[in-house]
Design a protein around this ligand. Structure first.
Ligand code: DGL
Length: 272
């Protein structure tokens, strides 16, 4: 049994975005071994077709299943939207957690507090209508106003997270009437929590104080924990390993990974 418990949690994204989820999982479950896969050779996912995102997602899941991950976290909204169902069909016995359903569950509980909510995400996530469809299916009373914000991921990946260019881009997007008069904003891309303070600053500057900015980092770890508890697979290793694999080495990935996990991490190149 201990052998099963020490199998890693597998987490993946197109790039650095999923590190926000990985960090939250490590904080909640510090004794777990972890493999993170950043598909940096293929980012951004959000501008690609559903077929292409599905192909990338399947090959990463194949790899993580071969690594005997006890739970796989699709730490990417675009991949969750494009391929969640597909990977569940391919691996019905593997615990696979996406980043969209926990948000839907959150709104099932708290939707009454939010009349109008903005959703910003990649082109793929927005055009898939997955949030809108799931809100409808769950009878969530919140009106969801969705807007694609495709410039944010490249700016984050190319190291512009602290730049005034990013401020301009955020202002341009959020000033849009598409998401006017909202009282919550869903960050529907796992890259966006990296620049969460920028969104807060935007609203502060406008003296808008009644907006909740919600992202999956606060929601997903509980799902991972429940999945492990339900199968009696919580690990108690005092010095767990954390592996960071990328399909292409990028400075920005190394920087953000170091920022989140400290200097001692080593990036390994792993093409699939
Ligand atoms: N972080 C991802 C998401 O949540 C992917 C962004 C991208 O590669 O376009 O959608």
């Amino acid at each position: 049994m201990q052998e099963l418990r020490s199998q890693p949690i597998g987490i993946f994204d197109s790039g650095v975005g999923g590190l926000t989820i990985a960090k939250a999982i490590v904080n909640a479950l510090p004794n777990e071994n972890l493999i993170y896969y950043g598909d940096t050779a293929h980012l951004p996912y959000g501008d690609k077709s559903q077929h292409t995102i599905q192909a990338y997602t399947l090959s990463i899941c194949d790899f993580l299943v071969k690594q005997q991950c006890k739970t796989i976290v699709i730490a990417c909204n675009s991949a969750s939207a494009a391929a969640s169902q597909l990977v569940h069909e391919k691996y019905p016995d593997v615990s696979i957690i996406n980043v969209i359903d926990p948000m839907i569950d959150y709104f099932k509980l708290h939707g009454d507090n939010y009349k109008k909510t903005g959703l910003i995400a990649t082109k793929h996530t927005v055009s898939s209508n997955i949030y809108q469809n799931k809100f409808k299916l769950a009878n969530i009373p919140t009106q969801l106003l969705a807007m694609a914000t495709p410039l944010l991921v490249p700016l984050i990946e190319f190291g512009y997270s602290n730049s005034h260019i990013l401020d301009e881009v955020i202002s341009d997007y959020l000033d849009s009437c598409v998401i006017a008069d909202i009282n919550a904003l869903i960050l529907g891309c796992t890259h966006y929590p990296i620049i969460k303070t920028k969104f807060h600053q935007f609203f502060e500057k406008k003296a808008i104080t009644n907006i909740d900015i919600i992202d999956a980092t606060t929601l997903v770890p509980a799902y991972v924990r429940s999945s492990l508890v339900a199968r009696d697979l919580l690990n108690n290793d005092a010095s767990p390993y954390r592996k960071f694999l990328v399909s292409d080495y990028t400075d920005s990935f190394a920087e953000v990974a170091t920022l989140f996990f400290g200097d001692d991490i080593k990036l390994e190149l792993q093409t699939l």
